[in-house]
Design a binder for this molecule. Structure first.
Ligand SMILES: Cc1ncc(COP(=O)(O)O)c(C=O)c1O
Length: 401
């Protein structure tokens, strides 16, 4: 793939009419190395955050060997790319046929669950033709934990409540080789105490159930850096998780796992969009709620922006965006800080879209086409480079919190 120095050079050379995704392989590789070297356990990439085959290979090359897959399509995708990878099917609600195919065709041995029904489904679907149960399953019971320290809650849909956890852990112990407990503190956890609190709940669950636990999986939730959302260093998260993991009453050989999605890929991608129209402080751009900017529209996520024109001289002002489709809902409140003299025909780079951004593009209304290119410059913010949000961006950011 042809690579460019940065977004401005892409605009100069291509003057693109469609949005262009810009990937930074060096940024993803740096994040993966950081996790592999510093997280005190096994790092499992949550493929849903960005299933790009290029990205998955970059992570593998840097030593990420485990992948959290949430659907049979993700199982097939990663297995085809990486025959040696360890795949863990961490969606607590699966079809029996997906479990069967994952186990028998793709070598998946690790599954999560949060009900007795799902346990029975997994045991049934992995039994052989003679009806004999598999002896080599790693089963992780997903515990419901609080999302209060996170920007996006994952506390409602999945997870067994503490009061029901003991019986599920005891039942699961009967059917597995290794028993684990997993949880998710919610995405973009803004303090490491989210994990401390969750690990305290794990401690209570283990004490209640009085079973031997072999795996503690602290899930995803590790943050990235966005305007108004600048987290503490990831080393602080790792240190507290390690300390509280070590203090749990678990098997002497118990393993610590994590499932980062966002933190491993947010810095990987940005997007160039073109302003098609200006109406006061609203810019009509050519990507939006149904494209890579799903979170900007649906959960009012603030992404960093840079105008790519050299001739804009006025100070920054607050703008909102409309996307290209005919929906009123294709609206991104922002505010996004851009030069006051920006106008139709100008280009903007929107950063930190590697996680749950580039991966969410749809073709709704006929939009969503566009090139993917590689650029060599730094992402607009990085947790792995020693500094945080790009000062060009952070100086002008108004926090929503
Ligand atoms: C089971 C599971 N693991 C990991 C992740 C990744 O989370 P994050 O991107 O917050 O790290 C998710 C995200 O939804 C998830 O559902």
């Amino acid at each position: 793939m042809h690579s460019y120095p940065d977004a401005r050079s892409v605009v100069r050379h291509l003057s693109p009419d469609e949005p262009v995704i810009l990937n930074r392989p060096h940024a993803a590789a740096r994040g993966a190395r950081f996790f592999v070297e510093k997280f005190p356990g096994t790092v499992m990439y949550a493929v849903k955050a960005n299933p790009s085959p290029d990205l998955i290979r970059i992570l593998w090359d840097q030593g990420v060997t485990h992948f959290d897959v949430a659907s049979i399509a993700e199982v097939r995708l990663v297995r085809e790319l990486l025959p040696e990878a360890k795949l863990c099917f961490m969606h607590p609600v699966k079809t029996a046929s997906a479990v069967r195919e994952a186990y028998f065709a793709h070598g998946v041995r690790t599954f999560s669950l949060d009900t007795h029904e799902e346990l029975a489904k997994i045991v049934g679907a992995t039994s052989n033709e003679a009806g004999e149960a598999a002896q080599d399953l790693n089963l992780l019971v997903r515990l419901r934990v609080s999302s209060e320290h996170s920007e996006l809650s994952l506390a409602s849909k999945f997870g067994v409540d503490l009061v029901d956890a003991a019986s599920l852990l005891q039942a699961t112990r009967q059917h597995c080789d290794a028993l684990g407990i997993c949880f998710h503190v919610g995405s973009q956890a803004m303090t490491p105490f989210a994990y401390v609190q969750a690990l305290e709940r794990v401690r209570a669950a283990i004490a209640d159930a009085a079973v031997t636990v072999d795996i503690i999986d602290v899930g995803g939730g590790f943050p990235s850096s966005y305007p108004g959302m600048e987290p503490p260093p990831l080393e602080d998260y790792f240190a507290l998780i390690h300390r509280h993991f070590e203090a749990l009453p678990i098997s002497y050989s118990a393993e610590l796992w994590a499932e980062p999605g966002r933190a491993l890929c947010a810095e990987y991608s940005s997007i160039i969009v073109k302003v098609e129209k200006r109406r006061g402080d609203e810019l009509y751009i050519n990507d939006g709620a149904y494209g890579a900017l799903f979170d900007a529209a649906h959960v009012e996520w603030r992404f960093p922006v840079n105008a790519l024109e050299d001739d804009l001289t006025q100070p920054l002002e607050e703008f909102a965006f409309y996307g290209p489709t005919c929906d009123d809902a294709d609206y991104m409140k922002g505010p996004f800080m851009l030069p006051a003299d920006i106008q139709a025909g100008d280009y903007i780079e929107i950063g930190m879209l590697g996680a749950y951004g580039a991966a969410m593009k749809t073709r709704f209304n006929g939009f969503g086409a566009g090139e993917v290119l590689v650029v060599e410059d730094e992402p607009m913010a990085s947790l792995y480079r020693g500094d945080r949000v790009d000062p060009r961006v952070s100086d002008n950011v108004v926090s929503l919190r």
